[in-house]
Design a protein around this ligand. Structure first.
Ligand code: GRF
Length: 200
């Protein structure tokens, strides 16, 4: 008897910016019949990540602010699209608690520093790296974590480190951090998805 083909696990990527992490995640799962990047969501209609969505022919969605902050107004759409895991990749809006609750241990974020240091409201993008350099840290890195109601606070899944040298500036540090992100985010998501497949 032939084994019935299981349905692919479906990911939604939420991003506000250029979406280089989103691109790496899409590339990582390309050709994988068990995983589909099924939706790209942004709060900005001009975000680069939506160009990626168009190029990759992945459905894109621009969020309406009022609707989003109502709580789980987008939940029916996410359900309709069969989204199993929400991946935040540079998404700058705070996700409402009711949406987080609808995806328990199924919503992850990546932060460009070693949490709990250098996280929280207002600490994103270059500001994180500036803060790390100002504090004269000897190392920085990335943190992949589950999302909870507090900015950059949920349970840590993985951290990876890189040295900070006295010659570093926010750009050079960002470059090092991006390399870590590209290496770790796709494979960490893949690992999480294995558990999702096993559980359901
Ligand atoms: C990444 O550095 C990520 O850690 C942070 O936002 C940035 C997004 O960059 N949360 P990109 O849009 O994926 O290039």
């Amino acid at each position: 008897m032939t084994k019935e083909k299981s349905k692919p696990v479906r990911i939604a990527i939420f991003a506000s910016g250029r979406g280089s992490n989103a691109q790496k995640i899409i590339d990582h799962f390309r050709g994988n019949e068990e995983v589909r990047v099924a939706l790209i969501v942004s709060n900005k209609s001009e975000a680069g990540v939506l160009d990626i969505a168009r190029k990759e022919t992945i459905p894109g969605l621009v969020l309406n602010k009022e609707t989003f902050f109502q709580g789980n107004a987008y939940l029916p759409l996410l359900r309709e699209k069969g989204i199993d895991l929400i991946v935040l990749a540079g998404f700058l809006w705070k996700v409402p608690p009711s949406l987080i609750k609808a995806y328990p241990h199924r919503m992850v974020n990546i932060h460009p520093a070693l949490l709990p240091k250098f996280g929280g409201k207002g600490l994103y993008g270059a500001r994180v790296h500036e803060a790390v350099l100002e504090a004269k840290e000897k190392e920085s890195g990335i943190t992949i974590h589950y999302v909870d109601e507090v900015y950059d606070h949920g349970q840590i899944i993985v951290q990876a480190r890189c040295p900070v040298s006295s010659n570093d500036n926010p750009d050079s540090l960002a470059e090092k951090i991006h390399l870590l992100e590209y290496t770790w985010y796709p494979k960490t998501i893949e690992k999480l998805l294995q558990n999702i497949v096993k559980r359901s």
